[in-house]
Design a protein around this ligand. Structure first.
Ligand SMILES: CC(C)(COP(=O)(O)OP(=O)(O)OC[C@H]1O[C@@H](n2cnc3c(N)ncnc32)[C@H](O)[C@@H]1OP(=O)(O)O)[C@@H](O)C(=O)NCCC(=O)NCCS
Length: 203
């Protein structure tokens, strides 16, 4: 039976692997990247490095097969990323040049490392915490996602959070259905290229 436990430093390779294997709107992104660690550099590893107390993994007999990571205070976390995380990566991934239309996935992520998104205060004033959840295919469709979210929300409540938000690719049909079914509220979709669908929950 898969069980949920707090994330630990030794889970770092599993986090990178799961990020890549679910990094294309929930599907395997391996074919898209020359450097497969780029997805984890943005979506999982910094959370383990900077806020491990807000992360959990799912482990079965074959190893770690899913995670949820996040931050209680998104603006404070983004400030720490700027001070402690992105500066280490910037020399390793030079800022891409040329037309963005010609960039592949590696260049798009490298751009993010140099120009990270700052989440709007309109979101974080009301729903300050945020999350990323990713399960390998062998774990999907079994109700584990809901258990992992429930465990994480419990941790956010215990940390005194007023509310949570998350961004989801408009192409990720399964995840959109999952968040709606779980009871997240949904903001009107801006419909712009690379814009996520925003989900929220007041605690
Ligand atoms: C998205 C994810 C977290 C969902 O967790 P899960 O445990 O696999 O969720 P389940 O498939 O068991 O679905 C739970 C409920 O969500 C709803 N749901 C799931 N897929 C759906 C779909 N395609 N359409 C509509 N509703 C859906 C259903 O209500 C479902 O309950 P039911 O099976 O009793 O009908 C997980 O599949 C995952 O990690 N996928 C890959 C990575 C990813 O996409 N992460 C999210 C990035 S924003």
């Amino acid at each position: 039976m898969p069980h949920i436990r707090p994330v630990q430093p030794a889970d770092i390779d599993a986090l990178y692997r799961i990020s890549l294997l679910t990094g294309d709107a929930g599907q395997d992104a391996t074919r898209l990247y020359k450097d497969g660690r780029l997805v984890g550099h943005v979506y999982s590893a910094p959370y383990l490095a900077l806020e491990p107390e807000s992360g959990f993994v799912v482990e079965d007999e074959a190893g770690v097969c899913g995670y949820i990571v996040g931050a209680v205070d998104t603006p404070a976390f983004e400030a720490r990323l700027e001070a402690e995380w992105w500066p280490k990566l910037r020399p390793l991934y030079p800022e891409p040049s040329g037309l963005p239309e010609t960039w592949g996935a590696d260049e798009l992520r490298a751009w993010t490392i140099h120009h990270p998104r700052r989440t709007s205060e309109k979101l974080t004033d009301i729903w300050p915490s945020h999350l990323h959840i990713n399960l390998l295919p062998r774990l999907q469709g079994k109700g584990v996602g809901a258990k992992l979210i429930a465990r994480w929300l419990e941790a956010m409540r215990a940390a005194g959070s007023r509310g949570v938000h998350l961004g989801c690719s408009p192409l990720n049909t399964r995840a959109l259905g999952f968040y709606r079914a779980y009871g997240f509220g949904e903001l009107p979709f801006a419909g712009k290229r690379f814009e996520p669908v925003w989900f929220t929950m007041t605690l």
